[in-house]
Design a protein around this ligand. Structure first.
Ligand code: AVI
Length: 320
């Protein structure tokens, strides 16, 4: 979002984010309409995602959180000199805590997130809990190389939990991993959490929770487009639809139009047939072999792999 200074009132008011408008109009003009999943995360969307993480069906969150203290203990033995930790897509800053608790050599923490307000609030809380830690938040889209505050000569370790890498297609995931190598620089490491392939029944439950929170999270993208781009979607005219696409190795989320309808988006008329969908998210799942191959193709070495209980989730330590 861009801001302008109103000279008559002195107030700062938001201008339309032209990249967002362009992405939405381009995506809705495709034969299979689509929206980029990164646009889920306005303030409301980030709140919904936090609620998803508390659901019993959404196993990735708690499974990774249970694995992290074990990972952190081993990392504490490896990271012995002063280090800076850079978290990509930091969100609510919950997963960094097991690392901060176990690794005494972390001096500086640089969380990167696209949602500025959410990040600012989470950083204030973290600074209270860890008063000696230098916290330097960066609001940025980490899909691209990010310029970071100075590291000094500290050891650098990237942290990308939550299987957010699964929201990229494999080619984008490889380019994220290459960009992260570039952002973190020589001799750095990357600790990354990645969801594994498993029974579709389990996956279906995780993305179709009984309370309908994931459905609200999905529809909220339309509410955001209405608010920020002046569109007139009726979110109640779209149904949440999520399924495991075994051929592609990913969970897909869609919003399915319940009727024939025309929506005005930023002055363009977008027509929907009854049953036509907007593809809103992919969540790729990787076997350890598949993920290690992806990481190597992006120039990383795989130093360590941890598998959670029943192989439900994996964490990898990569070396540059
Ligand atoms: C953030 N990301 C890894 C989540 C996922 O599982 O792909 C987003 C999500 N979508 C529906 N539920 C959770």
């Amino acid at each position: 979002m861009f801001y302008t200074n109103d000279l008559t009132t002195g107030l700062i008011s938001p201008l339309m984010d032209l990249d967002f408008a362009d992405d939405v109009l381009t995506g809705l003009a495709l034969p299979q309409k689509q929206l980029h999943a990164k646009y889920f995360y306005d303030q409301q969307g980030s709140d919904y995602f936090d609620q998803i993480c508390q659901l019993p069906e959404y196993y990735p969150y708690q499974t990774e959180l249970n694995l992290l203290p074990k990972v952190a203990k081993e990392l504490a033995g490896i990271l012995t000199s002063d280090c800076t930790i850079v978290e990509f897509g930091a969100g609510s800053l919950v997963k960094i805590k097991p690392l901060l608790n176990a690794i005494n050599s972390i001096r500086q923490f640089i969380p990167i997130d696209i949602s500025g307000i959410h990040l600012e609030m989470a950083c204030q809380q973290l600074q209270t809990d860890f008063p000696k830690l230098a916290v330097k938040p960066v609001v940025a889209d980490f899909c691209y190389p990010v310029t970071l505050p100075a590291f000094g000569h500290q050891q650098k370790i990237g942290f990308f939990p939550g299987s957010t890498i699964g929201n990229f297609c494999p080619a984008q995931a490889a380019s994220f991993l290459e960009n992260a190598r570039c952002t973190l620089g020589p001799d750095s490491s990357l600790l990354i959490g990645v969801d594994t392939k498993k029974s579709p029944v389990y996956l279906h439950r995780a993305y179709n929770d009984a309370d309908g929170i994931t459905a609200r999270f999905n529809r909220n993208i339309l509410t955001r487009i209405n608010r920020e781009l002046g569109a007139n979607f009726k979110p109640e005219n779209f149904e949440h639809y999520a399924f495991y696409n075994a051929g592609q190795g990913r969970v897909e989320m869609h919003l399915v139009s319940t009727a024939e309808q025309v929506v005005d988006v930023f002055g363009s008329a977008v027509a929907f047939a009854a049953g036509e969908s907007i593809h809103t998210e992919n969540s790729y799942k990787y076997t350890p072999d598949e993920f290690c191959q992806l990481a190597r193709s992006a120039g990383w070495q795989v130093e360590r792999t941890w598998l959670a209980d029943k192989d439900l989730f994996a964490a990898y330590l990569l070396r540059n």
